[in-house]
Design a binder for this molecule. Structure first.
Ligand SMILES: Nc1ncnc2c1ncn2[C@@H]1O[C@H](COP(=O)(O)OP(=O)(O)OP(=O)(O)O)[C@@H](O)[C@H]1O
Length: 893
């Protein structure tokens, strides 16, 4: 097990989070009284240094940064510089040019270079040159503030260029289109730019038409800058009108979101869009926004200063290959509400993580990725393909009402306990109740029905204690629940911390932190939940996460969708290795193919002396893997293979034994071969999720189940039956002691379409033909004949019960005496049971541990099957390479 710590502070200040919340510092509640002891102080807000100290620190850090930057620059190639420094350099250069141009064009401060500057600026732009310093200044500020928004910056640049061109040409045309013979007149009109664009147009299409065309060009520029499609012009102008006439306050949030209108566009050149709503609202809202910003800053400071706070991450034992299974947004532990809700009457603090926008954007190489063979440039979908969700609420009036109800229940039953805080997740809020001395925990837990009654919700879940805290947690659904946008999860720092292609966005936890998971670390995942609980939505989020982050070179998928509706949208994506499989029988065969593929990969890794696909891939990327002597194979990395079965029950109905056996083989070995299974079912009963499957699929994600029994099947504990549906889930990654309540991420169909369209236009899938072909007929011994299925069942029965009785076979397999006797003889001939001992049961010679091998032996030896083939790696996109690779097992690489 490992834990993750927050960054250490420079000052070594103590953990801000533990103050006020940790058990050690609790004040005992007043004893014996009917009312709980009053707590005057909300948990201490993280301390900030005094203003002068911050100013001095800021100046010091700023100078250090500058000096450091200068020093780094000396003697180093500019290409080695951090991209952010390079962008800052560009921004400062533009700023410098703006100052020089303004000095000459605005204030006529001309040194020796003044004439040159004027000739260049006025010569190029004419009188329009006076706005050049403003444009340079705006560009410079924009680059400094949003260096990461390359795409938006490019768009705004193009838009302004169009406007500038149009204006220069218009000025030129209105100034009677002077020619090059009178350069002073050109400089006094639209400069060379105006001349180059305006004069030919006037000659070609006359002055009036030119003016119309140039206005159109300018209008187009405005649309580009404001990112306004033509059909949105009217709604946005309407929104602008509403805003200017003060009707905006009544507008719904949706309308507000829809509104990057012309004015916003002007902001957008220099300003963070998230900051806008704060300005639009009334004074009260503005004060709140300021308070919130302060709180966020305080939280950030506390985070930096947080020396001792250690946040337990859910960890995978033996996860030797880099990052963690589950990650949280490093949004700091914080108690911002003291500041945020200074005006609120409730004294109970919200401990929900303040949403810190924007998330850290470094770390993940985005965008273009050359395919392995170098002749296809594959670009990942833009982050903007996925929409932004509404900002996360830290507390709402509904929370305050629940706190009142809880407090009054505790008072009515005269329990010396107090609601000391809460953390608000998107779906549920966890209210923390601390007990006075000598108060039994059971007194509160016994009240669960009364609490449910008081808050008018049947889905109350009580945790005693909250893991890691001396407090009881009462999880109550929010009446004003929020949707978690997948885009937000994938843009969060938690997701960006790792560039592993198998990291997916899961959702948000009950503290408002983003939850991501690395499927490669699961290493296999069971997803279950009743109809409508959110399982398919999760599968969609998972696939879209992969499409957003991984090229087909990195991850290939096998999608099994017996319901035929859920996954059709992904048909034709290049990440598929076979068309989506809808026939359960073919799906069972595909699983057998996965087993063969896994074995082939194993053999191949072993031939090159590697134990894990990650090591092999790393060595290939480093150019350290050479083809074996005599081989012309083109060495390439293996993609991860993700097998998603969206309804295990359908497969288990057609071929339970084969499916179970394949799953068992895959799950036991596939991890090192980079093969991972996700099994989803809406029927988590023991005949679908058998003991064998459960034992081999260690990570679980349970959406609302219809019964406690189902919850036990999925999680080995109750809880899932209390979930409230629509993506509310309990997530238990391998190695975690307790399931974590998570609201699953949501991705709309339109977003899926956009992402799928993006990936499909770039590459066609290159399907393997053999995935759904039946495995080559195995050599079943002649004496078994058609009785193989029965014999397998008989062997399993006898070995698991260790009881070699013919009458048991008769009863359990519902066969006659003669058939049961024949089966027993066959078992004896394979040395699974000993010889007959009269009326006594036979001795069983095989231990339960050896059952899988025994069953395999009865089916016919899996080794040395003819036709086993390895999965083609990335090179199979290129037909000309299909026949290469003699040393690949099966030769199909
Ligand atoms: N993460 C989520 N966020 C918001 N709403 C959700 C979420 N997941 C599911 N829902 C809502 O619940 C509905 C049902 O979800 P979904 O289709 O995923 O359920 P399911 O468990 O797959 O059901 P089935 O097994 O019948 O396919 C969705 O149409 C959506 O309205």
């Amino acid at each position: 097990m490992a834990t993750r710590t927050t960054p250490r502070s420079r000052s070594g200040a103590p953990a801000a989070r533990s103050a006020g919340t940790s058990s050690g510092k609790k004040q005992p509640a007043r004893q014996g009284g009917s009312r709980p002891a009053s707590r005057t102080a909300a948990p201490a807000a993280p301390r900030r240094p005094a203003l002068p100290v911050r100013i001095v620190r800021g100046i010091w850090m700023g100078s250090a940064h500058l000096v450091g930057g200068a020093a780094r620059r000396v003697g180093r190639d500019a290409r080695d510089l951090d991209p952010s420094h390079r962008r800052d350099g560009l921004a400062f250069t533009l700023l410098g040019i703006a100052v020089i141009v303004a000095a000459r064009e605005w204030w006529s401060l001309s040194g020796t270079a003044g004439g040159v500057v004027h000739n260049i600026v006025a010569g190029t732009f004419g009188v329009v040159g006076v706005v050049v310093p403003i444009l340079l200044l705006a560009t410079s500020v924009r680059l400094m503030r949003h260096p990461d928004r390359g795409q938006a910056n490019g768009r705004i640049g193009i838009g302004f260029a169009a406007i500038l061109l149009a204006v220069c040409a218009l000025v030129h045309v209105f100034a009677d289109a002077p020619g090059t013979d009178d350069m002073d007149a050109v400089r006094g009109a639209g400069g060379m730019l105006g001349l180059i664009v305006g004069t030919p147009l006037v000659t070609l299409v006359t002055t009036p038409v030119t003016v119309v065309l140039l206005f159109l060009l300018a209008f187009f520029g405005v649309l580009v800058v404001t990112a306004t499609p033509v059909h949105q012009v009217v709604p946005r102008l309407r929104a602008l009108y509403r805003r200017l006439t003060g009707q905006h306050d009544e507008a719904t949030g949706d309308e507000a979101d829809d509104e990057p209108l012309v004015i916003n566009a002007l902001h957008s050149a220099v300003e963070e869009p998230e900051a806008r709503p704060g300005r639009r609202r009334g004074r009260l809202a503005r004060r709140r926004a300021e308070a919130q910003a302060e709180a966020e800053q305080a939280a950030l400071d506390a985070y930096e200063a947080d020396e001792a706070f250690v946040r337990a991450a859910v960890v995978v034992p033996g996860a030797e290959h880099d990052d963690e299974t589950q990650a949280f947004d490093p949004a700091p532990p914080t108690e911002p509400t003291a500041a945020v809700d200074a005006e609120a009457t409730a004294a109970v603090p919200s401990r929900t993580k303040a949403p810190l926008a924007p998330p850290v954007t470094t770390g993940v190489p985005r965008g273009e990725q050359p395919m392995l063979d170098g002749d296809v440039l594959y670009t990942l979908p833009s982050e903007e393909s996925l929409v932004k969700g509404a900002p996360h609420k830290v507390r709402s009036a509904a929370n305050d009402r629940v706190v009142e109800s809880l407090t009054s229940v505790l008072e009515q039953f005269e329990i010396d306990a107090k609601v000391t805080g809460f953390t608000r997740g998107p779906t549920v809020t966890r209210y923390e109740v601390e007990l006075g001395q000598a108060v039994k925990v059971e007194r509160v837990t016994a009240l669960s029905k009364n609490i449910a009654y008081a808050v008018a919700s049947a889905d109350v879940r009580i945790l005693s204690p909250i893991p890691g805290k001396s407090a009881i947690g009462i999880e109550i659904p929010n009446t004003d629940r929020e949707t978690v946008a997948l885009g937000d999860v994938l843009r969060s720092a938690a997701a960006k911390r790792s560039d592993h292609p198998m990291v997916i966005g899961v959702g948000k936890d009950v503290e408002g932190g983003y939850v991501t998971a690395n499927l490669a670390k699961m290493p296999h995942l069971l997803v279950a939940g009743a109809t409508g609980a959110g399982k398919s939505s999760f599968v969609n989020s998972m696939i879209v996460s992969i499409l957003m982050r991984a090229t087909p070179d990195e991850v290939r998928m096998v999608l099994v969708d017996p319901k035929r509706v859920e996954l059709t949208i992904y048909e034709g994506i290049p990440h598929l290795i076979t068309p989506i499989i809808t026939n359960p029988k073919k799906a069972a065969e595909a699983l057998e193919w996965v087993v063969r593929e896994m074995e082939a990969r194993y053999d191949d890794l072993a031939a090159f002396g590697f134990k894990h696909i990650d090591d092999f891939n790393a060595a290939v990327r480093a150019g350290k893997v050479k083809p074996l002597p005599g081989s012309e194979r083109k060495i390439a990395t293996y993609p991860y293979l993700l097998v998603i079965v969206d309804e295990l029950a359908d497969l288990m109905m057609v071929a339970p034994r084969d499916v179970e056996a394949s799953i068992q083989r895959i799950t036991q070995l596939a991890r090192a071969a980079g093969i991972h299974l996700v099994l989803a079912t809406q029927r988590p009963s023991v005949d679908v999720v058998t003991g064998l499957i459960k034992a081999n699929v260690p990570s679980r994600l349970a959406f609302a189940t219809s019964s406690l029994t189902d919850s036990r099947v999925v999680l080995d504990q109750p809880g899932a039956e209390k979930l409230i549906g629509q993506g509310d889930a309990l997530f238990l990654p391998m190695g975690a002691a307790k399931p974590m309540r998570t609201q699953g991420a949501w991705v709309a169909e339109s977003e899926i379409h956009a992402v799928v369209a993006h990936v499909k236009t770039q590459l066609k899938p290159s399907y393997r033909q053999d995935v759904t072909q039946a495995a080559p007929k195995k050599q079943v011994d002649e004496d078994i004949g058609d009785d193989l299925d029965l014999l397998l069942q008989a062997a399993e029965l006898v070995v698991t019960t260790q009881f070699g009785s013919t009458s048991m076979l008769q009863r359990k397999l519902r066969v006659g005496f003669a058939k049961a006797g024949r089966l027993m003889d066959l078992l004896e001939s394979r040395e699974i049971v000993g010889p007959s001992e009269g009326s006594k049961a036979r001795e069983v010679l095989v231990q339960a541990d050896d059952l899988p091998a025994t069953l395999a032996m009865l089916r016919g030896a899996p080794e040395a099957l003819p036709g086993d083939e390895g999965i083609p790696v990335a090179t199979d996109y290129h037909d000309d390479l299909e026949d290469e690779g003699q040393d690949w097992p099966g030769g199909a690489r």
